[in-house]
Write a protein that binds this ligand. Structure first.
Ligand code: ZN
Length: 282
């Protein structure tokens, strides 16, 4: 039984603008069925969408039964106005607006809340993010509001202090988690956070010629080292490819391969536990 605990039905791994345009007038069911088929053929039975505001994930959830797939979606991810995420998510300016969006998500049938609390990796510079994370007290309040409404929380989070703050606030899963340190890993371990390191978003850049190969290799090695360390601490890791991100196709085994490369023979047991925990929470 395979799972992709972080994918985006709406994106296509090539061009996000074109990909979104495909669903702008309403979810493209032909496209969605093709992706679900691909996952089914590879033995995937659980998919957790990172969300989109055009209901591509929502439509996929409606169809997923036909493919023997349990499909979970936050509907639209929530991001702070002026920060990363507005290309795909719904924006809020303050806690009041955030709480309103959480209430809307409830009314519209979201399975969980996805928040975006940091920038992205800068693939031209190892160790750099495109922007700093939100302040820790703000992160704490967002997670608190969603939990109060009875939702689990998936957080797009990079950078040690951002991830540490999310973990301390009891976030249910951390996505990406680039550039962590010992304190951030320990905080995730302590709070039983599931970490989806989405190694495919880096590993799949190798040999593509779009970014400096040495930088890509350096980022991947940093991530691998943290994954290895987290596993040795007994932390919970789950496979999530971020399918739909650039160079990350839907229905592929790259995430399993990249995790197995660093986790070795223990990979299967570690990931089984991670998937089980994700399925319990989301
Ligand atoms: Zn994502």
């Amino acid at each position: 039984m395979r799972a992709d605990c972080h994918m985006h039905m709406i994106l296509d791994g090539v061009d996000w603008r074109q990909a979104i345009a495909r669903h702008r007038a309403g979810p493209d069911e032909k496209w969605i069925r093709r992706i679900l088929e691909r996952y089914r053929d590879l033995g995937f039975t659980y998919l957790r969408d990172g969300g989109d505001r055009w209901n591509a994930g929502k439509r996929a959830r409606e169809l997923s039964d036909e493919y023997g797939i349990v499909y979970r979606t936050p509907l639209a991810p929530l991001c702070k106005a002026g920060h990363y995420g507005s290309f795909i998510g719904k924006k809020y300016e303050n806690f009041r607006e955030f709480a309103k969006l959480v209430g809307q998500a409830r009314a519209e049938g979201a399975d969980f809340i996805k928040i975006m609390i940091s920038g992205l990796m800068d693939f031209d510079r190892c160790g750099q993010l495109t922007e700093a994370g939100l302040p820790p007290e703000e992160i704490r309040e967002l997670i608190h509001i969603a939990h109060e409404e009875g939702f689990s929380v998936m957080a797009h989070a990079n950078g040690a202090r951002t991830v540490e703050a999310a973990a301390a606030a009891g976030v249910d899963s951390v996505e990406h988690g680039a550039y962590l340190d010992e304190d951030a890993l320990a905080a995730m371990k302590e709070s039983h956070v599931v970490w989806c390191p989405t190694l495919s978003t880096v590993g799949n850049l190798r040999g593509k010629g779009r970014f400096d190969e040495d930088v890509v290799r350096g980022i991947l090695e940093t991530a691998w080292a943290n994954v290895e360390r987290f596993a040795s601490m007994g932390g919970i890791l789950a496979p999530g490819s971020d399918a739909g991100a650039w160079a990350v196709p839907h229905g592929s085994l790259t995430e399993y391969e990249l995790l197995a490369q660093i986790l070795g023979t223990g990979a299967e047991d570690i990931l089984r536990r991670g998937i089980r925990t994700i399925r319990e929470r989301f």
